[in-house]
Each structure stands twice: as C-alpha cells, then as structure tokens.
Design a protein around this ligand. Structure first.
Ligand code: PBG
Length: 324
C-alpha cells in the first residue's frame, strides 16, 4: 500500500527510533588491527602515506598492543620488515625472524590478544615479489614450501592464526599440511582468498617496504573485474582447509563480500586496506570530509555487505567512536 499509508520517515524521526530499527551494528568483536614490525628497540617510525600509523620495534609494538587490548580491540595482524632481504625471502621463514620474535613478546605480555601472522614473502625478498623467481617469473610450486616454513615458524612462536596473502595456488593446502605435521592442527588459517591486484595497496608498500622491483603482481593477484573467479578461489581455499575467507580490498569490492557471504557458510573477512585508509586521512586533512563519520560509514558498509571480520587501520578510531 502506497503513500500516505506508508511513511518510511516515521521510523527515522528520532535517534532512538533509528537505533531500534538499525540493521547493522558495529562492534569491536570482529576487528583486527594491522601492525608493521621493524628491527631495533624504541623505534616508532611514522608512515608518511598513512598518517596515524607507524612502523614499530618489538618493544614498542608490545606496548601498543597492551593499549589496543585495553581499548577493547581483540586482535592484531603482523607484518615484518627484516634486517636483510634476499632472493628467497629467507628472513620471512627464519625461526628467530622479526615476526616470531614479535609474536613471542606480545603473547607473553598480552596473552588474551589474538595474534594473526600474515604469511607472504614480499617484505623479505630483494625483488619484492610474493614468491621466489625462476626464469623471471614467480614460481608457484617452489614458493609453497617456503610459505609453509614461515607458517610453522609463526605457529611455533605462538601465533593464534595464520593468514597467507601471497596468492600462490595451493598455498592453503601446503600450509595446512605443514601445520598439522608440526603439531599445530588447532591453528586456523584465514586465507586472503580473493585478493585483487589493486592500486589501493599503494601506501602499504611504503609501510612494509614491499613494492616489487620490476613488473607487478597481476600474474598472481586477481584481476579486479572478476567476481566468479573470486568465488572459485574461495571454494578452492575452503577445500584446502581454510577456516576463514578474506576479500581484499574491501570498499571497492563490497559485491564480492556479499557474493562470498551468500555462497559460503564460513566466517568472511574483509581487509579495509591502506589506500582506503589514506584517502580518508588525506581528504580529512584538507577539510573536505568528516573523518569520523566516514570511518563509521565505511566500516558499516563493509559489515552490511556481509563481512564478519574487518582488518582495519581505523581500529582505534572505531574504539573511540563506539565509546562516544
Ligand atoms: C603482502 C600484502 C599486501 C597487503 C597485505 N599483505 C600488499 C600487496 O599485496 O602488495 C596490503 C595491505 C594494505 O594495503 O593495507 N602480500
């Protein structure tokens, strides 16, 4: 029955009414805060392209985690910047590498914080690609055992979960096998299943010093126009043993999040990536947008699209805004 019987505005009249009929509610429960760990002590190096974010040495990182936990943030994900890079990214799977050290330290100090370890070689290879090279190409199958070694090293250090972001075929299965064989059958895998070759990662490559020295990542990350292929990637990762499926980036891929939500009955994660963060900060610095309202709107949209879990550099902003 049309107007004047139906007046949708009736339920929008006051904040209490709006709140009563709100379909999507934000909370910190599904939030994961990314961190970049660098060698040294007492290091806090601001990331120019990501105002408010910094590379942290392990000691400072631990203090920041204590604060995050105190603010109600339940989880972090770690990216490591090693002292030395080489052709195979060996610092990425060294048992005493920067990420295992950070995991051990933080689990000792803040045991109830969930610690996810990103697994990829791009921060550790001197060429900046996510796998090892063979004849000028990223060699999928030679990369798998190295990713598996990294996953085991991080699990052994105490990581609560492993999140492979390299986009090699078969890596979830390789990592699952290696974890199971090394006594880590209980460690979940959050697969960056539908990870697109995106310009939205620009600021991250400064943060993680992981830009490829030649070429780009289009030979392994997904082509942005494709959504059926994303569902195929997700089905494969599930078959290989993924516990959580991730879509990345988030904001330009809300349709992919929605499609994943409708197709699969496992938790869906979305990565609100560096470029999505920096655009808000830059526009806010120019006085063109209200950052706080944008943050709430963006995170609501990602949740509304169907994500249970959101990886976001806005974690602390959200904690503050939810308290307000
Ligand atoms: C590494 C990795 C990237 C991101 C997460 N893991 C960068 C890339 O693939 O180039 C991007 C995160 C962000 O932009 O916030 N493979």
């Amino acid at each position: 029955m049309p107007f004047p019987i139906h007046r949708p505005r009736r339920l929008r009249r006051t904040e209490s009414l709006r709140s009563m009929v709100r379909e999507t509610r934000l909370s910190l429960d599904g939030v994961i805060e990314p961190h970049f760990i660098v060698p040294g002590t007492n290091v806090r190096r601001p990331i120019d392209a990501m105002p408010g974010c910094a590379q942290l040495s392990v000691d400072v990182f631990v203090e920041e985690c204590r604060r995050s936990r105190g603010l109600g943030i339940p989880a972090v994900i770690l990216f490591g910047l090693p002292e030395h890079k080489d052709a195979t990214g060996s610092a990425g799977y060294a048992v005493d590498g920067i990420v295992p050290r950070a995991i051990e330290a933080v689990k000792g100090a803040v045991p109830d914080l969930i610690v996810w370890a990103d697994v990829c070689l791009c921060e550790y290879t001197d060429h900046g690609h996510c796998g090892v090279l063979h004849d000028g190409e990223v060699d999928n199958d030679r990369t798998l055992p190295l990713l598996a070694r990294a996953a085991v090293a991080y699990a052994r250090a105490g990581a609560d979960g492993i999140a492979p972001s390299d986009m090699m075929d078969g890596r979830v299965g390789a990592i699952r096998d290696a974890l199971d064989e090394s006594g880590h059958a209980q460690i979940p895998i959050m697969a960056y299943a539908a990870k697109y070759a995106s310009a939205f990662y620009g600021p991250f490559r400064e943060a993680a010093q992981s830009a490829p020295r030649f070429g780009d990542r289009r030979g392994y990350q997904m082509d942005p126009p494709n959504v059926r292929e994303a569902l195929q990637e997700m089905a494969l990762d599930l078959d290989e043993g993924a516990d959580i499926l991730m879509v990345k980036p988030a904001l330009a891929y809300l349709d992919v999040i929605r499609a994943a939500r409708e197709r699969f009955d496992v938790p869906i994660a979305a990565y609100n990536v560096s470029g999505e963060y920096s655009m808000v900060r830059a526009a806010a610095a120019l006085g063109w947008v209200d950052a706080d309202r944008l943050i709430l709107e963006i995170l609501t949209a990602i949740r509304r699209a169907g994500a249970d879990i959101v990886l976001t550099y806005f974690a602390r902003d959200l904690a503050r805004l939810l308290r307000a």
